[in-house]
Design a protein around this ligand. Sequence first.
Ligand code: 5AD
Ligand code: SF4
Length: 436
Amino acid sequence: MTKKLYIKTYGCQMNVYDSERMAEALGAEGYVTTEVAEEADMVLLNTCHIREKAAEKVYSDLGRLKPLKAAKPGLTIGVAGCVAQAEGGEILRRMPLVDLVVGPQSYHRLPAMAKKAEAGEKTVDTDFPEEDKFDHLPDRPKAVARPTAFLTVQEGCDKFCAFCVVPYTRGAEVSRSADRVLSEARGLAERGVREITLLGQNVNGYHGAGHDGDWSLARLVREMARIDGLERIRYTTSHPNDMSDDLIAAHGEERKLMPYLHLPVQSGSDRILKAMARKHRAEDYLRIVEKIRAARPDMMLSGDFIVGFPGETEADFDATLDLIRTVNYGMAYSFKYSARPGTPAAERTPVPAEVADERLQTLQALLTGQQRAAQMAMIGREVSVLFEKPGRLQGQMVGKSDYLHAVHVRTEATPGTIARVRITASAPNSLAGEVA
Ligand code: 5AD
Ligand code: SF4
């Protein structure tokens, strides 16, 4: 009998990938996905613990599932992802409607847990098992998918930035074998995927084993560039200290490696970078950006910033603004510091909330200005666009440019087509263009 699965994904792209793999694993047990929670036999929340707001949202969403569970006692409710890892069995105590809790490293055991839940048994699995979950997940289905796909190549983080829960929720850095990654990439290309984004919490720290020695991310990218049908390669997220010369060189040499790089710096103040345990100075970051732009002059950079980190003064904040002006970002994500339980910075005296709020506004105004300017600079230029899906208007397609801008184009082309497009206009979060 088919059962219906509703998955809600919070947080980062790795969770998007994990949700797909969980759906596939449950698919092998007869579950088909639905977009409608009310229809589901199983609701799975794939959660994020990175900031307090994200974690608390899970509990309010669980609260909202109470009437559904009351109306349908056979409904299985599962919590997966980083909140599951961080809080484990505590979730069951706080939210008795939850049936299963599964961490990001043990979700290959989800089908067995779902069976137990159906029999009325609650389970929690937040192990970091010896076995690799990817070896125990079903092969990816052959059906044609979307033109773009994520592919996790590395998980976990050994950097221990003072604010971050990732080293605790995702564990130590582990790289998947290059052979497996390449075979998954080939499989995706055979399914019609034209663009693959390699994922890792520290993706440029990738060092996988392979049939012939060690593989760096640069080597992996170069090998992937030889896969027929695969036209675009991206990777995210990178730490500045792992931006090797070889990887930078690949940006100048590999046509398929897209000119967009997410390279978080968090702060432009050396004092704060030290307090954050980032293990680099602002100047080191700027040197790396220079090298990258020397290899690929049109590189579009994106970053992450935290304001209101404990001890951040007005001068420290000004240093961040200065760094942003120097780099000139095409895109950026900025956050108010959120104290996370178990991290070193959580013990420190916070910056007053009003001060952090004000700084966030100032920072976002600067970053939004840069983003708009980068978009405006595209007008009149020709870019390549990979069409992904029909747009809102009849006869329109939406896709991403090389620089990861969303572009709306009037065309008869089908999803998966790559076309040269001349950009004609810029809206707040997308561009418009016509086939060149
Ligand atoms: N508070 C605010 N932002 C955080 N990030 C990570 N941890 C925290 C925290 N405790 C941000 C960083 C990181 C991005 C994924 O989330 O900027 O790069
Ligand atoms: Fe978190 Fe720092 Fe690791 Fe990024 S590098 S996941 S911010 S600890």
